[in-house]
Design a protein around this ligand. Structure first.
Ligand code: GLN
Length: 453
């Protein structure tokens, strides 16, 4: 197949089927065909990049030049980005083709894709259930075979949890491995981009193009990008897996626990050693995150003021009316809740009690992992407490929704890489196995994931 044929095949599938899933906000048909033709010309000249000519989808959190970049919000519904995110640019350099921009929770805040201004995304495994979030559009698109792979972002679980709920492979790299330039900021010290794919092999190819050193992101690391495909087939003999006892307590669905335990046994059969470990501060991860992430979001989202770009209310009576109504009318309920929590935690009288305390807890959580990785190579456990749930099941109760990320959030607080791979079905719904690696150990995680698949 030429890239143009392949691209037209996926565009036709999106048009025919996405009415069922709502996984795309924008379909970039003309751009896709033009890029596919350019890729075919490159291939004819002997380009050997494995992604050259491959169509992919981008989460609508990545700025794309000349194309609407909405971040799932009414606030940016009219925003045409004047530049490309580094991640988008890196895929263009590799020769990949952009099919469109995928749906997401508003400003990446959510675990079910129910907070999007563009409506919820449906899980292709069961359209009465959520696909997870916030990268639910990317996950549903890949699961429904509307795109072979998609970009996503993970601040507290938004790549891994949708991967788990849609039966996919999702990788959140080490903080600093992938450039955040042009990726609309939610919580800058936690945000990281990564791929959503069907397999670890595909995730490795996506990582090879996505990771780079970018001087435009001061938190991005100047460190050689390894060939993530090189060690996929290495033997697992002697690999030590740590199973945290805190990840198997109350709140974990019985079917999910069974599938995860069976996966761990399968690793033993492949030569891995398994050791029970303790991550004693695990229970503090969600509370610390819901101080730190909202605090950073309240600062990051202050740029949306109705003045420079994005939504502006009609006929403001004065400046303060302009700010209040523009933000009040364009931000959804969950985004407003986060801004209020964050502003409160950062205010002079409460900073020490909440924000500073949460930062101290964050340090303890990181130390738990540093200690664990002295004894084990990878930490394994469930990705999320249960398989995909029905629409509305958790939307009314923010705390129930926040607990969706109980096993994923600690890795963002620690800056570690985390991955979710499919490990079975419960009631015909996929279950995810989470692999957590030491800093910059993405290749080892991909190796373990590939051998399992
Ligand atoms: N579900 C978490 C939240 O709502 C994490 C989201 C994310 O990783 N972007 O904040």
């Amino acid at each position: 197949w030429s890239s143009e044929e392949l691209t037209r095949h996926f565009l036709a599938r999106i048009k025919r089927l996405d009415g069922n899933y709502n996984s795309f906000i924008t379909i970039t048909e003309d751009v896709a065909i033009a890029q596919a033709k350019a890729a075919d010309a490159r291939l004819a000249q002997g380009d050997t990049n494995p992604l050259c000519g491959v169509p992919i989808a981008h989460k609508d959190i990545f700025c794309t030049k000349g194309i609407r970049t909405s971040c799932g919000s009414k606030m940016l519904d009219n925003f045409i980005s004047p530049y490309d995110a580094t991640v988008v640019e890196n895929y263009q350099t590799a020769g990949a083709v952009m099919l469109g921009k995928t749906n997401m929770d508003e400003f990446a805040m959510g675990s079910s894709n129910e907070t999007s201004f563009y409506g919820p995304v449906k899980n292709p495994w069961d359209v009465n259930c959520v696909p997870g979030g916030s990268s639910g559009g990317s996950a549903a698109a890949v699961a429904a075979r509307l795109a072979p792979a998609a970009t996503a972002t993970d601040t507290g679980g938004s790549i891994r949890q949708p991967a788990a709920l849609c039966g996919l492979t999702g990788l959140k790299p080490t903080y600093g491995r992938v450039s955040r330039w042009g990726m609309i900021a939610f919580a800058s010290s936690l945000d990281q981009a990564g791929p959503l794919t069907r397999t670890a092999e595909d995730a490795a190819l996506m990582m090879n193009a996505m990771a780079s050193f970018d001087p435009k992101d001061s938190t991005n690391i100047d460190r050689e990008v390894p060939d993530y495909s090189a060690h996929l087939n290495d033997s697992l003999d002697g690999l030590t897996l740590g199973v945290p006892k805190e990840y198997f307590g109350e709140g974990l669905d019985a079917g999910t626990q069974k599938a995860v335990e069976a996966a761990i046994k399968q690793y033993q059969a492949m030569g891995a050693k398994v050791k029970e470990i303790s991550l004693p501060h695990s229970a503090l991860a969600v509370p610390a995150y819901y101080v730190i992430a909202p605090a950073e979001c309240s600062a990051n989202l202050s740029r949306f003021d109705g003045v420079r770009y994005g939504y502006r209310c009609e006929n403001p009576s004065d400046l303060s009316d302009l700010y209040k109504r523009s933000r009040g009318e364009a931000f959804g309920e969950e985004v407003q809740r986060r801004i209020l929590i964050g502003t409160y935690c950062l205010s002079a009288g409460y900073y020490d009690a909440y924000y500073r305390k949460a930062q101290k807890v964050r340090r303890l959580i990181k130390q738990d992992f540093v200690d664990a990785f002295k004894e084990v190579d990878l930490v394994v456990g469930p990705t999320s407490p249960s398989p995909a749930f029905a629409f509305g099941a958790k939307g009314a109760d923010p705390i129930a929704m926040y607990l969706e990320d109980i096993y994923t959030i600690a890795t963002n607080l620690a800056g570690l890489p985390g991955m979710s791979i499919p490990c079975g079905l419960v009631d015909n719904k996929p279950v995810g196995l989470q692999l957590i690696g030491n800093y910059f150990e993405e290749a080892r995680m991909l190796n373990a994931a590939h051998k399992f698949q």
